[in-house]
Design a protein around this ligand. Structure first.
Ligand SMILES: *Cc1c(COP(=O)(O)O)cnc(C)c1O
Length: 380
């Protein structure tokens, strides 16, 4: 019998590609190393010759990819002597900030839009002991307030405008490349603030350029760390596709949106913080933006849950909803390898899930005959 070293999180695993040194105290909950699941039934029913993988980021410690960025942001905040962190959030950032602050033994303040965050996320922020400030406004207004208050109070912002967040989040691209042995042809993500699509591109760029030899302008992202890639996938980068919810799609409108609305609350953002960076990612990768209706998003969420056994939250399903449409239309050609990021776990938002579920809940008397009849009536 052989033993593997204990997995202790993405900073430890990718330490030579991240801004830490030997003395840095790592604040980790074992984030990263999430499964890359190949879809079976959905691809077969599509009738197209493509490979679709989902990167199930809902299996991070607090149930979303935000943990990848938060381990890095909180590690650096603590290293720099900060005693408190703050963020605006549609829910998942607040859950991650609260948990990593608890782990570090510092305070967390989270601003959330009143009544517009999923129950699971609110429960997390509260359980981890964050101070939850509900504002009578949306995420974009919360973000503006956080930027202003951070100038007047001793708190570190841990939204994705904190550059360490993107550094942590880029590791998802590393994991994908290591598992596939190459970059996918297309990488599809739901887009809110557009930090994650930017972070993935940073990761792919770092892994795809030759020893310190910056092949494209994009490699300015890698901060000269290309040498670690060893040229394994030189020149091989995916086209990055960002899908937005139709009621909240500033990248489709070409300008900021003041009253974003969507069932996918995690991407209910009208003023993306990484606006310029995301346009740059689209240009450099040769990808595109598109939008999905709430109906398409919920249908994709349900399809994944019913046909593949993978439960993600509504915002996450936007990546698959868009990818399926673009494969059907041929915009994504046959022969392609596609990765869709599933950003958060379905348990985050049980209300939306139960509301749209059509599965039978059958109430019967506590008797053998009644239960047997219920089974026979519902056999497929
Ligand atoms: C934060 C979040 C997003 C959006 O990511 P951005 O980096 O803001 O584009 C998408 N889905 C979920 C579940 C999220 O928590």
């Amino acid at each position: 019998m052989s033993f593997r070293p204990r997995y202790t999180g993405l900073i430890e695993r990718y330490r030579d590609r991240l801004p830490v040194n030997d003395d840095t105290r790592l604040i980790s909950l074992g984030e990263g190393n999430t499964p890359l699941i190949k879809l079976n039934h959905i691809t077969k029913e599509l009738g197209k010759d493509v490979d679709i993988y989902v990167k199930y980021e809902g299996l991070n410690p607090t149930g979303s990819f935000k943990d990848r960025g938060m381990t890095m942001a909180v590690t650096k905040a603590v290293e720099e002597g900060s005693k408190a962190i703050i963020c605006a959030s549609t829910g998942n950032t607040s859950a991650a900030a609260a948990a990593y602050a608890a782990r570090a033994g510092i305070a967390a303040f989270v601003l959330i839009p009143d009544g517009k965050i999923a129950q699971g996320k609110l429960a997390q922020a509260m359980m981890h002991g964050a101070t939850v400030i509900q504002i009578k406004g949306n995420f974009d207004q919360g973000m503006q307030l956080v930027k202003e208050v951070a100038d007047h109070a001793p708190v570190t912002i841990v939204n994705s405008i904190n550059p360490y967040r993107l550094q942590g989040q880029k590791t998802a691209a590393f994991e994908i490349v290591e598992e596939l042995g190459r970059a996918p042809d297309y990488h599809c993500l739901p887009v809110g603030n557009a930090g994650n699509i930017t972070a993935h591109w940073i990761g792919y760029c770092e892994y795809s350029c030759d020893s310190g030899d910056h092949v494209t302008d994009a490699c300015a992202y890698c901060g000269g760390k290309c040498k670690y890639a060893g040229g394994a996938i030189v020149g091989n980068r995916p086209k990055m596709i960002g899908y937005q919810a139709a009621g909240s799609a500033p990248f489709m409108r070409g300008h900021m949106v003041d009253d974003p609305e969507t069932v996918a609350t995690a991407i209910r953002i009208g003023h993306p913080q990484s606006w310029d960076k995301a346009w740059q990612v689209k240009e450099e990768s040769g990808g595109w933006f598109d939008e999905c209706s709430d109906e398409e998003i919920l249908a994709a969420q349900k399809l994944l849950a019913e046909k593949e056994g993978v439960f993600c939250e509504p915002a996450s399903a936007t990546s698959l909803a868009g990818a399926l449409r673009d494969v059907k239309s041929g915009k994504i050609p046959e022969g392609s390898t596609i990765v869709c990021t599933l950003t958060g776990h379905g348990l985050k938002d049980p209300d939306t899930a139960i509301k749209q579920s059509t599965s039978a809940v059958v109430t019967v008397n506590a008797e053998l005959d009644a239960v047997r009849e219920a089974i026979l009536n519902n056999m497929v």
